[in-house]
Design a protein around this ligand. Structure first.
Ligand code: C5P
Length: 219
């Protein structure tokens, strides 16, 4: 794979609903980077898996090759059912391999109009972009994450209770942290950002301070 030289690469890992997506979008905007929410790709495949008749490695491959980043904004991917399905397909080594190239290409070869890339997910700092210029592990306590996700579901008019959201997040945390292949871990070289008690803007300020120091220092 061709790698663009002298680009800014930002790798973020986080458990579900910790606020990583929000921070990744701020980072992308501030530094003019391509943003890829890698969880959305697993959600697309999770959604495909719910249609058992059409689900095999060939259909997964076809689906991945047809993905356009702007189609990942599709609101139907946000349901809890699809999130859980995503977590289940994400345990499959072959499926992860199929998805890997698409992600690497976004990470290391973003379109010329961007200064670089920011990817968030579960295995970005540990597997996908080990050599990223910046590595963050963004987290928040489980109750904070559950109430944030519950409010998001309420806005989308999804019928789900707070307790169901809490239970589902705990289940996904367990699946994502304990799977054999590419489990969610905080790598030693990732900077920990705990968003529990900070506003979105306050979190970003922390991240920006860290990034500016290195970017300006290296220019
Ligand atoms: O981030 P999001 O909640 O959309 O991710 C859905 C699921 O996709 C996660 O719970 C995880 O199992 C899987 N995933 C993954 N590796 C990534 C991103 C997401 O295994 N890089």
């Amino acid at each position: 794979m061709r790698k663009r030289k002298n680009i800014i690469t930002v790798a973020i890992d986080s458990p579900a609903a910790a606020g990583a997506g929000t921070q990744a979008k701020y980072i992308a905007e501030e530094y003019n980077l391509l943003y890829l929410d890698t969880g959305k790709i697993y959600r697309v495949i999770g959604k495909l898996s719910l249609d058992k008749k059409k689900f095999n490695y060939r259909t997964v491959k076809n689906k991945v090759s047809s993905i356009k980043i702007k189609n990942l904004e599709d609101k139907s991917l946000l349901s809890d059912k699809i999130a859980v399905a995503a977590s289940l397909v994400a345990k499959d080594k072959k499926i992860r391999k199929i998805i890997k190239n698409f992600q690497l290409n976004c990470g290391y070869n973003p379109p010329k109009k961007y200064e670089g890339s920011v990817l968030d997910g579960r295995d970005i700092t540990s597997v996908l972009m080990k050599d990223a210029m910046f590595k963050f592990y963004i987290t928040a306590d489980i109750k904070t994450r559950a109430s944030r996700r519950y409010l998001e579901f309420k806005k989308l008019k999804k019928k789900i209770t707070y307790n169901e959201v809490l239970k589902s997040l705990k289940n996904r945390d367990y699946l994502d942290k304990n799977r054999r292949i590419s489990p969610l871990i905080k790598t030693k070289d990732s900077i920990l950002i705990n968003t529990s008690k900070l506003s979105k803007k306050a979190c970003f300020k922390k991240i920006k301070t860290i990034m500016d120091k290195k970017i300006n220092g290296s220019l």
